[in-house]
Design a protein around this ligand. Structure first.
Ligand SMILES: *Cc1c(COP(=O)(O)O)cnc(C)c1O
Length: 374
């Protein structure tokens, strides 16, 4: 038996209808910023409860464009979390600003908000809050913190599309919410894609100009923009899948509970469920284990497609080590990088898939602690 991490074919509710639609789009040549992109943007904004959504090339571009539209650049500091995917930090550096990293909290592995508050200084212009693994940060505290310091709140929702705080969707709390539709994410395009969401009409207008080569109408180049438009073909794929997103996220929560129940007697620690008003859409399910690399090798050899997110934290990456400023050290980030792994998580996992993963995990952990060579 094998349990892969992704099962793309299962994500198409009506593949023949989608194929026919895509054929029409291809034949009509409606590739760039057509009605298809507009339709997805409108439906995605409505789904989240935001006024506007701007479709872009990727989640990384969404972050770069949001920071640029907010006027963040050289000399500015942006606070974010050390255990995030490197694209978060790359975006800050791409606009010329300085990333200021803070540690995560043990257990939830989310940005430590006490450390975030302590990191706010005179040059801070934004807090880039990452709902890592699909789990929502405490938005009451973050909104209050950003207000108190007069800085922008930008949400990196790449892993948390559809997650809520007090019933309100993430991405709608700050000045801008940035989403990725990379094929690995909970709402997946058939390639790279992303979106920036805002309820600020001025920012929305700025973002539309910036993603379209800085043009305000054809041949009127008012900014040094980017070429970062969501493809119409991707918009059609995303529009079809959006209908199922809540159901898929609910299935991920159920599967996380199944994992917890099955692993509880073994003492293997699964990331705890959030308590209300928080939420988790389980883009990734973290488990903590002492001899992580041994366990990972054993899982993979036995057909379980487990993975580490992320084995080398951003401040230890060659491209970032000299460029990302930490205020303090990151012991929890270091621990998480060494001792956690992600078990397969997708909405279509069956009870028997979960059972197989848990049995394999249990014996892999037992073998590692008893010193049986792998
Ligand atoms: C995936 C991801 C991104 C980048 O998204 P891309 O679409 O791959 O560019 C940014 N931040 C986080 C936390 C991510 O997981």
């Amino acid at each position: 038996m094998r349990v892969p991490r992704y099962a793309y074919a299962s994500q198409f509710l009506d593949l023949p209808a989608l194929s026919a639609h895509l054929c029409d789009v291809l034949a009509a040549g409606e590739y760039i910023l057509s009605e298809h992109v507009q339709r997805f943007e409108d439906r995605f904004a409505a789904y989240l409860g935001a006024r506007c959504a701007v479709g872009v090339n990727s989640g990384t571009d969404a972050l770069i464009l949001a920071l640029t539209a907010l006027g963040i650049g050289r000399g500015d500091e942006v606070i974010t979390v050390a255990n995030t995917f490197h694209a978060t930090v790359l975006a800050v550096l791409s606009v010329g600003a300085t990333p200021v990293l803070v540690d995560c909290e043990p257990g939830s592995w989310l940005m430590d908000l006490d450390a975030t508050a302590a990191a706010c200084g005179p040059r801070t212009r934004a807090i880039l809050a990452v709902h890592l693994f699909g789990r929502t940060l405490d938005m009451d505290r973050l909104v209050a913190l950003a207000d108190r310091h007069g800085v922008a709140l930008v949400e990196d929702c790449a892993q948390a599309v559809g997650a809520t705080w007090r019933g309100r969707k993430v991405g709608t709390f700050g000045a801008a919410g940035c989403f990725s539709f990379h094929p690995s994410k909970n709402l997946a395009a058939a390639g790279d894609a992303g979106a920036v969401v805002t309820s600020d009409l001025t920012l929305d207008r700025e973002l539309r100009i910036l993603r379209n080569l800085g043009q305000d109408g054809q041949n009127n180049h008012v900014h040094l923009g980017m070429n970062s438009k969501l493809d119409a073909v991707q918009a059609v794929v995303l529009d079809a899948k959006l209908n199922a997103l809540d159901e898929w996220n609910a299935a991920r929560r159920t599967i996380a509970d199944l994992y917890r129940q099955a692993l509880a007697p073994t003492g293997i620690s699964v990331a705890p469920a959030p308590s209300p008003p928080g939420d988790h859409v389980y883009h990734l399910l973290q488990v903590t284990t002492l001899h992580r690399d041994q366990v990972l090798n054993r899982l993979r050899a036995d057909g379980v497609d487990a993975v580490v997110r992320y084995p080398v934290p951003v401040h230890r990456q060659p491209a970032f080590a000299a460029r990302a400023n930490g205020r303090g050290e990151f012991p929890h980030t270091e621990f998480q990088a060494v001792h956690t792994l992600c078990l397969p998580m997708r909405p279509d996992l069956t009870d028997s898939d979960v059972g197989f993963v848990c049995t394999t995990m249990t014996s892999a952990v037992a073998a590692s602690t008893s010193g049986i060579p792998l």
